[in-house]
Design a protein around this ligand. Sequence first.
Ligand SMILES: Cc1cc2nc3c(=O)[nH]c(=O)nc-3n(C[C@H](O)[C@H](O)[C@H](O)COP(=O)(O)OP(=O)(O)OC[C@H]3O[C@@H](n4cnc5c(N)ncnc54)[C@H](O)[C@@H]3O)c2cc1C
Length: 317
Amino acid sequence: MKMDKIIEKYDVIIIGGGAAGLTAAIYCGRAMLNTLVLEQSLVGGLAAGTGEIENYPGFPDGTDGKSLMELFYKQARRFNVKFKFTDVKRADLINDVKIIETFRNIYEAEAVIIASGARPRITGAPNEEKLIGKGISFCAVCDAASNTGKTVVVIGSGDSAIEEGVFLTKFADKVIVSVLHDAGKMDCNEITKATALSNPKMEFIWNTVVDHFDGDDQIEAVVLKNLKTGELIPVKCHRCFEFIGHIPNSDIFKGMLDMTDEGYILTNEEMETNIEGVFAAGDVRKKYLRQVATCVGDGAIAGVKAEKFIQIKRSCK
Ligand SMILES: Cc1cc2nc3c(=O)[nH]c(=O)nc-3n(C[C@H](O)[C@H](O)[C@H](O)COP(=O)(O)OP(=O)(O)OC[C@H]3O[C@@H](n4cnc5c(N)ncnc54)[C@H](O)[C@@H]3O)c2cc1C
């Protein structure tokens, strides 16, 4: 028997309860908007799964991501923001009334803020999932300092992999880069490539992919495989940084919102997308730096802009 979905109406719906979504929620809630956050997993998003966050201002001794995100959540709740833990399956954003659909409900809103984030692309090699956060990292800015004097492995040879690899040499004694291509060929720009090749702390292992990761509670080695010879090359390390791209969580908006080829949503500086009343904030949008601090900035702007949008729309009626 087909069950009719329950319809609920809100002023603003925020998709995603990570750093960007929670900040937008604080601003919308404080502006007395009837605000709903839809989160498919745990509140706090990527940051909540991050051990130590040392670069978020206001915490001179650092903080763990989970505690930080709990504070964001608590603050949003203080302003009467409603949370529902469910997956957004479909969105129809074109019309004045924005429709968001989950398994059980249809939500209607005057404005929508998309803060659904992006997930790091992983290699898929055995033992990887278990060691994420236990030596496998996706963020040099976040985790570089704890590698002082150590050996780290970098996977990838695009601009961010090689730039982050060079950055890591400020801390680590040795940065070993696994490159998919033949010797001397990388995906990054030529200047970065030349800088990396002349850096005495960097070493390159060509024609390799990750075969598997070794370690139980902490990474012990990355075992690379030479694609030409099949040889397995164990590389002992303190940490492995994977820089093989991110996948934005934007599939459900494809064809509706302007995006980059990779799926990052295009916005202007006021977080406006190509559709009136639809804003995007945080890692899901095309931006230069994906960090909690920049997500907070995005979320604040999106929240304020959503409020202004609703105010103007109502005053025109
Ligand atoms: C390992 C690692 C370490 C990091 N360390 C640091 C650090 O030290 N300092 C720092 O500043 N930054 C760090 N970052 C980056 C930082 O975590 C991110 O930039 C930030 O958390 C992104 O926030 P966001 O709100 O844009 O997205 P996310 O945190 O990804 O939140 C998006 C949320 O949307 C939800 N969602 C997605 N699709 C749907 C859907 N269809 N329906 C409902 N919900 C949906 C997801 O479940 C998720 O909770 C780190 C990142 C990683 C991966």
